[in-house]
Design a binder for this molecule. Structure first.
Ligand code: GDP
Length: 142
């Protein structure tokens, strides 16, 4: 099991001033922040990031949402990071998310659900490299 995952604080959370509260939940759960930045995705970048969902009916609205304002990608480290982080954020739909999870606490809907978390070690590596250069990671992962 890997020890890295990629989180994104999504545009809805940035807009609603939730960056601080969400980072507090993440670090309180024992994750270490290895790299972080605030970026505004364009269509190509958001579309590429969610390439796996290209055939899904919600793909266009997902890309529109993810380009609607700045977001905060964060490379995180913890033992068993992918599974631990998905447990911390809860189900995709906040209505189905467990009590105490980030989506249950802060998300408004299944589409605007405040955070992203990688779903496998392989995707975590791909997604981290989508946002952070080798140099940024080397400096932070020593
Ligand atoms: P995740 O791994 O929990 O983020 O969920 P998925 O990989 O299934 O979906 C990726 C993202 O697409 C979700 O986090 C939502 O932002 C969005 N999404 C999922 N289902 C829907 C949907 O039915 N409608 C819309 N508009 N967006 C959705």
């Amino acid at each position: 099991m890997g020890n890295r995952t990629l989180a994104i604080i999504k545009p809805d959370a940035v807009k609603n001033n939730l960056i601080g509260q969400i980072i507090k939940e993440i670090t309180s759960a024992g994750f270490k922040i290895k790299a972080m930045k605030m970026v505004r995705l364009n269509k190509d970048s958001a579309g590429g990031f969610y390439e796996v969902h290209k055939e899904r009916p919600f793909y266009n609205s997902l890309v529109e949402f993810m380009t609607s304002g700045p977001c905060v990608p964060i490379a995180l480290e913890k033992d068993n990071a992918v599974a631990e982080f998905r447990k911390l954020i809860g189900a995709t739909d906040p209505a189905e998310a467990a009590e105490g999870t980030i989506r249950k606490m802060f998300a408004q809907s299944k589409s605007e659900n405040v955070v992203h978390g990688s779903d496998s070690d392989e995707n975590a590596a791909i997604e981290i490299s989508h946002f952070f250069s080798r140099k940024e990671l080397l400096e932070n992962y020593q």
